[in-house]
Structures are given as C-alpha cells and as structure tokens.
Design a protein around this ligand. Structure first.
Ligand code: SF4
Ligand code: SF4
Length: 176
C-alpha cells in the first residue's frame, strides 16, 4: 500500500526561505567575528608550523623493514600485492646472485613501490606479510607534494623510513 508523505504546512514567508537564510548568515557572521577578534573557537591550525597530535592507534605511512645488513627483509613473495584491495603495490622479484647466501633460498624485491595516493590505509598488506617486512607503524602522514608521482614511494625510500621509535628493523622478535 503506498505511503503518502504529508507536505509540511508553510506560509509564504517561510516558503521564501528568507528568514532561515538570514539566520544562517547570522551564525556564520557570529563565528567569523568571534574567531577574528577573539580566536576562541578557531579549529584550524597554521599547518605545517602547527600540527595536531595523532591518536596512539594511528598507523601512518608504510615502511619496509631492514635486515641487520640493511638489505630488505622482503622476500618478494607478492602476498601484500595480492592482498591489497586498492592494487597500489607493485613488486618485481629478483634472484640473489649465486654466491649470495640466500641464493636459491628466497628472492628479493628488485622493484617495490606503493602508490600512497591510491592506498586506503586498510593495513591488509601488513597482515598478509609472512616476514614482517612491511609495517605501518611510522606515525607519519604523507608530506604535501606538488605532483602525483611524488607520492609513489619506492623501495629505498620505504626502507629508509623508521617507526615512531626510530627503529628500521622488525619490531617482532619472533621474525628472524
Ligand atoms: S594499506 Fe591497504 S590499500 Fe594500502 S597498500 Fe596496504 S593493502 Fe593496499
Ligand atoms: S612485503 Fe612481505 S608480503 Fe610483501 S612481498 Fe615482501 S615479504 Fe611478501
């Protein structure tokens, strides 16, 4: 059975929306003058000189963890790339040279980049990684940039980022 929505009873004065428009402008002007001359309700900050502290659970930008010799812990298994719903991780796997102790054991990322503009900060890449090679514990927000390519973070940049305590290694002692 159809439901008939009752139209509100408005007189011509209300129907003109003039009083509500004036009332809305009054609220805007009240806040404007109070903030310009009193600065009591200002919620904006003078970024980047002033920064609002992030909550403790804020993940932050990605980083790639390092081995003790500075090499990436990542084994280029592609689990993070596969799990990423935004398809913003790109990895090219490479073989270690024959004389390397990890030759024929595991691979390494010749290329590894993340498009931070497409990332939705879901953390699935971190959950999918079997090596604790990728983490989101930096507490950092992406820097303001002038061009989209500047937010494609490549392997060496990701390796250079530390966690909030300045650590570039894994924070998980179970991972060798
Ligand atoms: S946080 Fe989510 S969207 Fe961002 S790179 Fe990881 S899996 Fe992809
Ligand atoms: S970061 Fe982790 S999940 Fe992603 S390719 Fe490297 S080892 Fe695999």
């Amino acid at each position: 059975m159809p439901y008939v929505v009752r139209r509100p009873d408005r007189n011509l004065w209300e129907q003109s929306y003039v009083p509500e428009t004036v009332r809305g402008l009054g609220v805007t002007l009240r806040h404007f003058f109070r903030n310009v001359f009193g600065r009591r309700d200002t919620v904006t900050l003078l970024y980047p000189e002033q920064r609002r502290p992030y909550p403790p659970r804020f993940r932050g930008l990605h980083r790639l963890t390092q081995r003790d010799d500075g090499a990436p812990r990542c084994t280029a298994c592609l689990c993070c790339q596969t799990a990423c719903p935004a398809e913003c991780i790109h990895i090219v796997a490479g073989e270690y040279p024959p004389e390397h102790p990890l030759a024929h054991v595991e691979k390494y990322p010749v290329e590894f980049w993340i498009d931070e503009l497409r990332c939705v900060s879901c953390g699935l890449c971190v959950e999918a990684c079997p090596c604790d090679a990728i983490r989101m514990d930096t507490g950092l927000h992406p820097r303001p940039v002038e061009a989209r390519p500047h937010l494609i973070y490549e392997r060496n940049l990701l390796l250079s980022i530390s966690d909030t305590a300045g650590n570039v290694h894994t924070a998980n002692p179970r991972k060798k």
